[in-house]
Design a protein around this ligand. Structure first.
Ligand SMILES: [Fe+2]
Length: 303
């Protein structure tokens, strides 16, 4: 992307998003696809019958991708886990990239798989926190390179997560980990400002300190979303519109990220009615305003 370009705006794809795309048309530049939601995985023991693809959902998705950019956003590879990459899942991700042509591919800097009794890759059921140390940095760097190779050299981004508690006595801070990861593996950052917001509320993280510690050049995409309070805890439930502090951070920081290329609103389909078509359309318009502001700041800086 050029210094004077304007970031794209898009939506995380879910089964309700076609309603939004039909209504908003070209105002949504891209859809972000979770390939893991396009198949059922019956586990390695199922052998050749392991994966069953959701053919009708994939056909509908293809229709909506035809005149839009597509970004891949995975949840299944659990890159920071100590076990080797699941090569069969990797093959599925690579096949989805060949089919849909992802601009880039992101995964989470959280562990979704952990050994449990006799199962080497049991689902943790939630994103577990990552120890920010040299050993994990090496594990993730190697897997990022492997993932990029499997996707024909595609750019890989890693996303900051929400956690219930931090792993104590880290070798480095989370922003430092992302900076080092970028330097050692080429991974960009998918900066989820709502995840950061949840960690600020639940763990007392300082958003300003966190954002100031990031190398601005590594941020390629921003996620926006909303959540709920649940028994004193703030959840990243993708259930509401983006809270105002998150918008304030986005407007303050997005123009400082020279390689920011995309701004995505995430919501879960079960909250489509709560958000309403008009509410989602407003989020898209607000993202377009933010993207225009970033583009304007770049043009001014280039003049
Ligand atoms: Fe996210």
């Amino acid at each position: 992307m050029t210094a004077a370009s304007t970031p794209m705006v898009g939506l995380l794809y879910n089964p309700a998003v076609p309603l939004v795309l039909d209504a908003l048309g070209a105002r949504v530049d891209y859809v972000e696809v979770i390939p893991d939601r396009l198949w059922y995985d019956y586990g390695p023991q199922a052998g050749r019958n392991r994966f069953s693809h959701a053919a009708l959902a994939i056909d509908e998705l293809r229709r909506h991708c035809a005149d839009r950019a597509v970004i891949g956003h995975g949840i299944g590879l659990s890159l920071p886990s100590a076990m080797p990459l699941d090569e069969a899942v990797l093959d599925q991700v690579a096949a989805s990239h060949r089919d849909l042509g992802y601009e880039w591919y992101s995964e989470h800097l959280s562990m979704f798989l952990a050994p449990h009794r006799s199962v080497p890759n049991a689902q943790a059921g939630m994103g577990l926190p990552v120890p920010f140390d040299e050993e994990v940095l090496e594990i993730v760097s190697g897997k990022v390179r492997r993932l990029s190779d499997a996707l024909g050299g595609a750019r890989i981004l890693m996303e900051n997560g929400t956690i219930f508690s931090e792993v104590p006595e880290p070798d480095m801070s989370e922003p430092e980990f992302f900076n080092r990861l970028a330097a050692e593996s080429g991974a960009g950052m998918l900066l989820d400002l709502h995840n950061l917001y949840a960690n600020c509320l639940n763990l007392g993280v300082s958003a300003q300190d966190y954002l100031a510690a990031l190398d601005p050049a590594i941020v390629v995409e921003i996620h926006l979303a909303g959540g709920d309070r649940l028994k004193g805890h703030y959840t990243d439930s993708h259930s509401r519109r983006t809270p105002s502090p998150v918008w304030e951070w986005a407007h303050e920081w997005a123009p400082r990220f020279p390689n920011l290329a995309a701004i995505t609103f995430e919501y879960h389909e079960s909250y489509h009615r709560r958000l309403g078509l008009a509410g989602i359309a407003e989020e898209v318009e607000l993202m377009a305003d933010l993207a225009a502001r970033v583009g304007e700041a770049r043009r001014e800086a280039a003049a």
